[in-house]
Each structure stands twice: as C-alpha cells, then as structure tokens.
Design a protein around this ligand. Structure first.
Ligand code: ADP
Length: 381
C-alpha cells in the first residue's frame, strides 16, 4: 500500500526520477553544503546528534531509491524509519529543520541542472517534500500514541497490585474490628502492609510523572553549584530505612553510611540538584533491590568531570541485556517488580547535563552503574 498523502502524478514521478539522477552527480558538493548549513543553523542542530547523522545517511539512501523510481518503497521507508530519527520532540524538530536545510543545499544544483524549468521542478519537489513531512508527522504521532497507551497501561497495572493489598487488608481489618477479633499485633502488621503499599504507589506515581516530564522535553534545568558527595549521602540516607530491613550495608567512598558520614571530601559540581539527586537515588535504589550484602557508591573527581559509580553484589545483568536496560520500559525477564522507567530517566538526566549513563556487569558478581557528569554547565540552559 502506498503511503503517499499528496498524490504524485506520473509526470511528477518522471520528473522526480530525473531530479534524483541529476542530483546524484553533485552528491559530494551537496553533502558539503549541507554540512555547512548545519553548522550555521542557530537551532542547536548538533552534528553529533546521532539521529541527524542517521537521517542524513537515510536521505542519501532515499535519493538512490528515488532514482530507481520506486516511490512506494521510498515512502514506506520514511514511514518505518522516520520514527528512529524522531524519538523526542526536539529530535523531530531537528529532523524537519535538517530536511529544510537539505532543500536549501540542493537549490543551486537544481538551478544549474534545470534552469529552463525551475518553476515546475520546485512545484514537483514541493509535492514530494510535503509527502515526506506528512509521513514523518504521521509516524511520530503514531509512536506518541503507542507510547502514551503503554504509559497508561503500565501505570494502571502497577498501581493495581498495591491497591489490591490496601483494599484487602482494610477489608480484613474492618471485618475483624466488627467481630472484635482484631488483635493489637495483627492491627500493627496490617497497618504496615497498607502503609508500605501506599508508599509504593506514591513512588510509582512520582517516578512515572518524572519520566513523563523528562520525556516530553519540557524540563528546564535549574542549575546551581552543589556538593555531589552530599547528594550521594542524601539519596542513600533516604533509602536507608529500606536497607535497614535487610542485611545490606551502604558505603560512600569507603565510609559506611549510618546516620551521618563524617569527613567526606566535598565534590563540587554544577547541575540541576533535584534531577541529579533523583538519578543517583535511582541507581542506589536499584542496587539495594538486587544486592545481597553491600552497595558501594564511589565518587571519582577528575579534571573536567565526576564519575559516580554504584556497585552491588547482586545477581548481575546478563550481557545481552546490558545495552537494553536503559531503554524505555525495559526490564530483564525474571527480575524484580518495577516499571522499567528508572534507568531511562537516569539516561535523560545524564543527557540533559551533557553527561553519560551506562552499566557494566561481571556475570553473577553483581553490577556497577556509572554516571559521568561534567563539573560545569552553561547556565541559562
Ligand atoms: P525498574 O527498576 O523499575 O524495573 P529500571 O529502569 O530502573 O526499572 O531498571 C530496568 C531493569 O534493569 C530492571 O528491571 C532490572 O532488570 C535491571 N536492573 C537495574 N538495576 C539493576 C541492578 N542493580 N542489578 C541487576 N539488575 C538491575
């Protein structure tokens, strides 16, 4: 089935094939001009943006598929691949802009090759570009819809379990109170179950909302200078109550975390404190979930950046999953309950700070999660 939205007449198609063939001759010059325009564009298009790089390659590929005259394959390809280049709103906008820059780069070569019929060439190209933009938009909306559906389903599904516990134990308490069979001990146990479920629901909602906010690209960083060692301490002590229920010890730069860590060397960096606290908190909370006896947080200060690592002695992550766990909703099969949104959030937090988030695992010996953050940030981001 053709994905064409603005229909192309046989004449349009004939001319487009001719244009594609003519432009192939100037491939190198156009590529050079296109690069120059990228550099000059003020919208923050980055050469390093992987999506843009892939997109540029794809445009060339598409050009060749056009010179074969296979329009269906051309549009299908945009429909299928378009979404790979537009995972976020910003990337999508970059994609449209880069397409525009491509048009601009080809313009002088079109003039050279088609001086006598420039008007009809531009009109025909317009038809084609409208198709491309419309197909990209359709692919983007389709993906967003899928994403939203998944988001709602996962949230609803994850909230159901703790809610069932809350309702179940409340009903039990009501029934036992009515019949006078609720002992003080049982009351204490049931209330704790209810509270724990409530806390779990709050965490779920909180992390899901945060993920949504980061994903929407609407998050503007609030940059300040702070002590990263303190952040690690704060994130870990927040989770200490959980850790205390289990025999797991938390160490930060070799200091065992109890109520207070004395003598920790400050590690000053600039960034969004709240986000970094969440990112580090995410790593530590995952580590606590999987560790058997210890979690080690280390801060390594270097010239330009700081490397934070969170190591646990848990079950580790199978090598074929290590690259996938930072993907949206990804959870290793057979793992502990979760949402699969924590690590993608950490990666977005790292990206927002021009840093990097990744993991390493030595089979069954546990895993280490890394977060590299530059010490300085441009303010007014
Ligand atoms: P969640 O923890 O809510 O499932 P995350 O995105 O934080 O979501 O983690 C994704 C998956 O990565 C987890 O489901 C788990 O399979 C794996 N994972 C994360 N941290 C660890 C860890 N410290 N040890 C082993 N597996 C981990």
């Amino acid at each position: 089935m053709s994905k064409e939205i603005v229909s192309l007449s046989p004449d349009d198609k004939k001319l487009l094939i001719e244009i594609a063939a003519a432009m192939t001759k100037f491939e190198e010059e156009i590529a050079q001009k296109w690069d120059d325009l990228f550099v000059k564009s003020s919208n923050g298009l980055k050469e390093s943006d992987r999506a843009i790089k892939n997109f540029k390659e794809a445009v060339w590929l598409l050009l060749t598929s056009l010179s074969d005259g296979d329009f269906d394959a051309y549009f299908n390809r945009i429909d299928e691949k378009g979404i790979d280049f537009a995972k976020t709103k910003e990337q999508y906008e970059n994609l449209i802009l880069s397409f525009h820059l491509f048009e601009e780069a080809t313009f002088p070569y079109l003039q050279k090759s088609f001086a006598e019929k420039m008007k009809i060439v531009l009109t025909t190209l317009d038809h084609m570009y409208h198709n491309v933009i419309a197909i990209l938009a359709r692919a983007y909306f389709r993906e967003m819809e899928k994403e939203r559906e998944m988001f709602v389903n996962i949230l609803a599904h994850d909230l159901k379990n703790p809610l069932t516990v809350i309702i179940g134990y409340s009903e039990l308490m009501i029934e036992r109170s009515r019949t006078g069979t609720l002992s003080k001990d049982k009351e204490y146990v049931y209330l704790n179950m209810i509270k724990d479920s409530g806390v779990r629901m709050r965490q779920l909602i909180d992390s899901t909302l945060y993920y949504g906010k980061l994903k929407s690209g609407k998050y503007s960083l609030i940059i300040s200078e702070f002590d990263l060692a303190n952040i690690a301490w704060e994130a870990a002590s927040y989770l200490l109550t959980e850790a205390e229920k289990t025999p797991i010890s938390i160490h930060i730069n070799g200091h065992e975390l109890r109520e207070e860590v004395e003598g920790m060397t400050p590690v000053m960096i600039m960034g969004d404190r709240d986000l970094i606290l969440r990112g580090v908190g995410n790593y530590i909370s995952n580590a606590l979930k999987y560790a058997s006896s210890m979690v080690e947080v280390s801060l390594q200060e270097r010239d330009e950046d700081v490397l934070i690592s969170v190591k646990d002695d848990g079950s580790g992550i199978p090598t074929d999953h290590i690259d996938l766990i930072f993907g949206d909703y990804y959870m290793v099969p057979g793992g502990k309950p979760g949402t699969g949104l924590g690590l993608p959030s950490v990666r977005m937090i790292a990206d927002l700070h021009n840093g990097k988030a990744w993991a390493e695992s030595e089979g069954e010996k546990g895993s280490t999660f890394y977060l590299r953050l530059p010490k300085r940030q441009e303010t007014g981001h």
